[in-house]
Design a protein around this ligand. Structure first.
Ligand SMILES: [Zn+2]
Length: 238
């Protein structure tokens, strides 16, 4: 990535004393993120497997048979749809007939956060009069382009896929509430404690802290549970 940006560095690095800020927007617009499209195809099967597994888990937890179940088939299809949608959204795209096209309304796109991080770094480079080499090193060493971030994204997306499929399956089965079961990996108090303390809340309400679904923060290992009402036995009429 730094090599790509280096091409545009003459616009960033100003002679000492020049106070005209660089046209950061133009620099960012010139960066081609299309190599990231491959990520969508790479993430898709993983997210599909995760989401499908979550559907199966809900059915298994409730001792419901999946064989010939319309609700299972519906939930399974929705899980696949989620995985397809999210794998593309992740890189600011959507799938149309098997092709990735720009999606201006993509949420939580990693391309967007990456742009934001670069905007900040380029701004700092200008303010502190870094050389192009300094900026390039800074970019290479940043968290934005680290293996740690890639791992965090994979963890977060896996958790989101799990939750999305669990909640949708729960809704298909009549659940109207959810709750948070806190991971025992939590050693400091945070929004997860508040969410667990809130008990069962309406399924479409945000948890205390504002997040709609688990993970409530990066590296959150808590579990979101849906509460499916026990089927009331139909009275025998004969
Ligand atoms: Zn948590």
């Amino acid at each position: 990535m730094s090599r790509v940006i280096e091409k545009y560095l003459p616009g960033v690095h100003k002679a000492a004393g020049d106070t005209t800020p660089p046209d950061v927007e133009a620099i960012l617009a010139a960066i081609d993120f299309s190599v990231w499209d491959a990520l969508a195809s790479q993430m898709k099967p993983d997210l599909e497997a995760t989401a499908q597994e979550a559907v199966t888990t809900v059915f298994a937890t409730l001792n419901l048979s999946t064989e010939g179940s319309d609700l299972f088939n519906l939930s399974d299809t929705q899980a696949l749809e989620y995985a397809e949608m999210r794998s593309a959204e992740l890189v600011g795209k959507k799938w149309v007939d098997g092709v990735l096209v720009d999606n201006p309304s993509a949420q939580w796109a990693i391309t967007e956060t990456t742009r934001e991080d670069l905007r900040e770094m380029i701004g700092q480079a200008f303010a502190e009069q870094w050389t192009p080499a300094q900026l390039a090193r800074h970019i290479d060493e940043s968290f934005t382009f680290s293996a740690g971030r890639a791992e965090m994204i994979a963890e977060t997306e896996t958790a989101f896929a799990q939750t999305a499929a669990t909640v949708q399956t729960g809704k298909n089965l009549g659940a109207t509430t959810k709750s948070l079961s806190m991971s025992n990996l939590h050693d400091i108090d945070d929004e997860c404690d508040l969410a667990q303390a809130a008990g069962q809340i309406p399924i479409d309400d945000p948890f205390p802290g504002g997040a709609l679904h688990v993970p409530l923060h990066p590296r959150c290992c808590c579990v979101e549970m849906v509460h499916v009402p026990k089927p009331t036995k139909e009275p025998d009429n004969d």
